[in-house]
Design a protein around this ligand. Structure first.
Ligand SMILES: [Zn+2]
Length: 254
């Protein structure tokens, strides 16, 4: 498909880049990305992916917008309080880029629906705030051979990595890093621990950047590395994530 005149103008700053160009923009327009969670991470993720022209965006979230969300969940507006987050996000994204097809899934990811949901997309961005979802996505993305870009937040810190262990060694999966979820309630969630809102913006924006890089196939993938942002020290560092041959998900040993 040829780009329209309006698309040439809308995506001009992509088209001028040698690493993107018309071919790259076509890849973005044809891409289908599932964003899990329309919260602190999901907000900047969805906004930047829609603005970039990612053709199909699926949003999974079973929550409604609450006044206390607005301190960091910038895809939602005050007038959307009480509205389903997927619907509120869809409205905002339509204002940003009406060309993007937004598919809303107002449900919670569970064993019963995860394969069908993930299977309908090319790539998954995990912006969820709980370990059950993180492990569920890790295992299904490995099985269905989908690239997973996951981020996590704590009050003043963020972590980010890309998982594509289905490609084989040396790519690790999330379970190679943390084999089992921590005991329930041992790690406080945003709503109880608090968070400096802009940190969700930093991490969700980095996550969007990695999603775009994976679709375009440019630069260095974060697979095999964990990027850590320390907001109070204003520093980033990256640590290596080795693949665990004994990993229950991607391990090669019987
Ligand atoms: Zn693994």
């Amino acid at each position: 498909m040829e780009l329209s005149d309006a698309q040439f103008e809308r995506y001009a700053r992509h088209l001028v880049l040698e690493e993107v160009g018309e071919e790259g923009q076509q890849k973005l327009l044809q891409a289908k990305v599932l964003v899990v969670g329309a919260g602190g991470l999901g907000s900047p993720l969805l906004l930047y992916l829609a603005a970039a022209g990612v053709g199909t965006l699926g949003i999974v979230d079973d929550d409604a917008v609450d006044l206390s969300n607005l301190q960091r969940q910038i895809v939602h507006a005050t007038e959307s309080i009480g509205v389903a987050k997927v619907e509120s996000a869809r409205r905002t994204l339509h204002h940003v880029n009406p060309e993007v097809k937004v598919i809303t899934h107002a449900e919670r990811l569970a064993d019963a629906n995860v394969a069908a949901l993930v299977g309908a997309y090319d790539l998954v961005a995990d912006g969820s705030d709980n370990f059950a979802t993180r492990y569920l996505l890790n295992d299904i993305c490995y099985r269905l051979q989908k690239t997973l870009i996951g981020a996590a937040l704590s009050p003043f810190e963020g972590q980010l990595s890309t998982f594509k262990a289905y490609l084989g060694p040396p790519h690790p999966c999330y379970r190679c890093l943390f084999r089992e979820p921590p005991p329930p309630d041992s790690v406080p969630r945003c709503e109880t621990a608090g968070i400096l809102g802009a940190i969700a913006g930093v991490m969700g924006t980095l996550q969007a950047t990695e999603v775009l890089k994976e679709i375009l196939g440019i630069g260095e993938s974060l697979s095999g590395s964990l990027l850590i942002y320390d907001a109070l020290r204003a520093g980033f560092h990256k640590i290596k994530l080795p693949r665990d041959p004994d990993c229950p998900t991607c391990g090669t040993k019987p």
